[in-house]
Ligand binder design. Sequence first.
Ligand SMILES: [Zn+2]
Length: 367
Amino acid sequence: MYLRKFSVRQLLITPSLPIVNEGKSTSLKDLQVGWNNGIVISTRDTLLTFDPQNCKKTVSGSIFISHAHNDHTKGFDSKNQKIATQETCELYEAKTRTKADNKKVLSYSDKIRFDDVEIVPHDSGHILGSAQFQIRTPFGTIIYTGDMNLLETLTTKSASIVNCDILIMEATYGNPFYAFPEREDTYGNIVSWVIRQIRENRVPIFQLYTIGKAQEVIALLNDFTNLPVVVDPPIARASHIYSKYNHKLVFLDSTEEEGQELLRHGNCAYLISNGNSNMIPTERKAARSVVTGWALRFKTPNGAFPLSSHADYPHLIDYVKEVNPSRVYTCFGSSEVLAQNIRKECKIAARPLPTIEQTSLMNFIHG
Ligand SMILES: [Zn+2]
């Protein structure tokens, strides 16, 4: 998700090509898979869009939303039918404080059918409610996974492994450089850093993603320290949804009296959303930290922890081997590098997801 802007630009300059009918199997000629303002999968009878990027543009067919991060929820702006898990809808509503309308809610393993295509969501292991979609067509089975993680964390289970003919997968950390340390080691480093800051009379502050990472750090501090955790209001709203469906989290909202009092005296950890640059209302010094997989690339004096909700490169390769498709399309991030390495390491046909122009898509469906 972090390299989204880069990846979209990269995809847009990919030449438009006929998609699946380039392969050996002639039975796939009535199936199109590609990028058109989102992941598009169409047979001659059915057109589905997954994680559209801009709903001011026309989006055709029903829209599937994989999870509640900003770069995957633009589809909620559309008038079309939206399909997502209950948790994704509630996290989106908590984040935006708007109601998601015209929605159809599915649980993992539920089925929904559109003419000749059946779709089943499965856990993608990324954040609460995140889904990968199994798309069964008369021409083969496709898995589309947006952001995913193969590791079980304090707040998520690992991604399900579902075999398929065609895999469309994220490539956020699709470069061999990204191999994360053991998660338990990173958990230990975070807790040690927090204890050191408190001992030295500083308030430990974490700047992180509002949904997913924040709840994992709250769970970590709840489970392994006695330190109160104060969070900003967007993190508080998302954390209430986690507490409802997933991991019971204990935290205080920074806008409430008790949270403000704790912050003032500094006997707490403070979690703030990325982009929230408000002054820290404390009488003590503050020690800032960032928690992101990109921390592998940088170090700051106050700590940067490579904890990610995504699979790293070795796990992306493991995932492909487990799913064992006959071809892979990569998107979002290091798509070219990952495709190249899948060809080399897994001996599976792979390439970045090609763009389908709107007219070509319409001709395909109505042609
Ligand atoms: Zn995400």
